[in-house]
Design a protein. Structure first.
Length: 328
């Protein structure tokens, strides 16, 4: 029996190594200036079209950044989050964590503009990565070079979204595991959580912390009680529609305020508060809070490039979708 278990453990380890090597080798297929010859104006078209939307509605930047994150954490950065459900299968879009995603119309407009210039060349997965970068930089966040060459996946499953997307209710142990599986470090976890410096959340993603934390009608002791009082004024126990700013006062601007809030025990989600429960992530929060985000912009750019390489399809894998919501 012991021998059988050892063999099984060995085979599982081999499988994990094969998958990691495969992911890494695919990521090597990405490169800067990938469309230089096949669609030289691709990046400028994408930036110009994105600006049309962000200049009118800067609050779209947060969901467009979140879309890239949600894409990469399920099946890798392959545009699977964009696919509509079919008669036979519910897609990632239908999963509860994705029901609040917005900005699909921006991706569609960008895709149409790129298709007009270079039909069948630029993938939806690359568009999602570039739109996320451009949206962030347009609201005073960092700019980073995006290695390109991702291909679009043909599979999108609701069940995989549930299994792979970190929950706002997650503790630090779960978050560490979920990021490690994607090849992302503890520092990446802290840095990418900083994306919560922009955007809003529905009350039901955190009201358990205000009204019924352990099932006894209590509050979350890890949250500043004065902040709880303020949040209770906005959110009643069964409220599922009210939106609350994740970074009150500057939720439209990409800055380091998020870390100051978390340091003061005013992070909105349990997953935000969880950053204080690990020495490394806590140290990062305190560093950015005490130095006005001295390295946050540079760190965020680096972590986004790293995340953008997770599980990509390259070469002859997948396809280049004509329309981002349906496979060819």
């Amino acid at each position: 029996m012991a021998t059988g278990q050892k063999l099984l453990s060995f085979l599982l380890l081999q499988l994990i190594l094969v998958l990691l090597v495969s992911d890494l080798s695919n990521a090597e297929g990405l490169k800067l200036g990938y469309y230089y010859k096949t669609c030289p104006k691709a990046e400028s078209i994408i930036r110009k079209t994105t600006y049309r939307f962000i200049s009118r509605a800067p609050t779209l930047a947060a969901p467009l950044l979140r879309m890239h994150f949600h894409d990469c954490f399920v099946r890798g950065c392959d545009g699977s989050v964009l696919l509509n459900s079919t008669k036979n299968s519910q897609s990632e879009k239908a999963a509860i964590p994705n029901l609040s995603l917005r900005g699909f119309h921006v991706i569609d407009a960008v895709k149409s503009a790129v298709e007009e210039a270079c039909p069948g060349v630029v993938s939806c997965a690359d568009i999602v990565a570039l739109v996320a970068r451009d949206s962030v930089s347009m609201i005073y966040g960092p700019f980073w070079e995006v290695p390109l060459g991702r291909r679009d996946g043909r599979v999108s499953l609701l069940s995989e979204a549930f299994a792979n997307l970190p929950s706002p209710f997650a503790n630090i142990t779960t978050l560490k595991q979920m990021f490690a599986v994607k090849g992302l470090s503890l520092k990446d976890l802290a840095v990418l959580s900083g994306g919560h410096t922009i955007g809003t959340s529905h009350c039901n993603a955190f009201t358990n912390r205000l009204y019924n934390f352990t099932g006894k009608g209590d509050t979350d002791p890890s949250m500043d009680p004065n902040y709880i009082v303020k949040l209770k004024q906005k959110c009643k126990p069964a409220d599922t529609t009210t939106l609350v700013e994740m970074d009150p006062g500057s939720f439209k601007t990409f800055d380091e305020d998020y870390f100051t809030l978390v340091d003061k025990r005013r992070g909105l989600f349990q997953s935000d508060a969880a950053l204080l429960n690990d020495e490394e992530t806590k140290a990062y929060v305190i560093l950015q809070s005490s130095t006005h985000g001295a390295t946050f912009g540079k760190d965020f750019a680096e972590s986004m490039v790293k995340m953008g390489r997770v599980g990509v399809l390259t070469g002859h894998q997948g396809e280049i979708r004509k329309h981002c919501a349906v496979v060819n």
